[in-house]
Design a binder for this molecule. Structure first.
Ligand code: ZN
Length: 109
């Protein structure tokens, strides 16, 4: 019976040891996870001002879009979206193809 009791104690000790090991490893793993979470969050915190800085640097570029006046209907259009008619070395901008055509008709007649 002494042998059986010692064997039982050994197995009990072994399982306890294993439980402690798994607990420690899980705790350290969770700590690592938390550290990574913290690192990620700090990275996000650090990267968000950068992204906003790029946004703010993009905004003036968007505001720098040159607006041109449609000579026919008087509408202001972004230059890159305007329909352009080049007559006599001068560029004429129009809000739509319709305006452009009408201007061409007027210029032709
Ligand atoms: Zn127009």
């Amino acid at each position: 019976m002494d042998f059986f009791a010692s064997l039982l104690r050994m197995t009990f000790m072994f399982f306890m040891f294993r439980i402690v090991i798994t607990l420690i490893s899980s705790i350290s793993a969770s700590r690592k996870m938390k550290d990574q979470m913290r690192k990620n969050s700090s990275d996000n915190m650090a990267s968000s001002p950068n992204s906003s800085a790029t946004d703010s640097s993009n905004r003036p570029a968007a505001l720098n879009i040159e607006m041109v006046k449609d000579q026919l209907c008087g509408t202001f259009v972004a230059k890159d979206k305007a329909y352009i008619v080049r007559t006599g070395g001068q560029d004429h901008y129009f809000c739509s193809w319709e305006c452009r055509e009408r201007y061409a008709d007027q210029a032709g007649s």
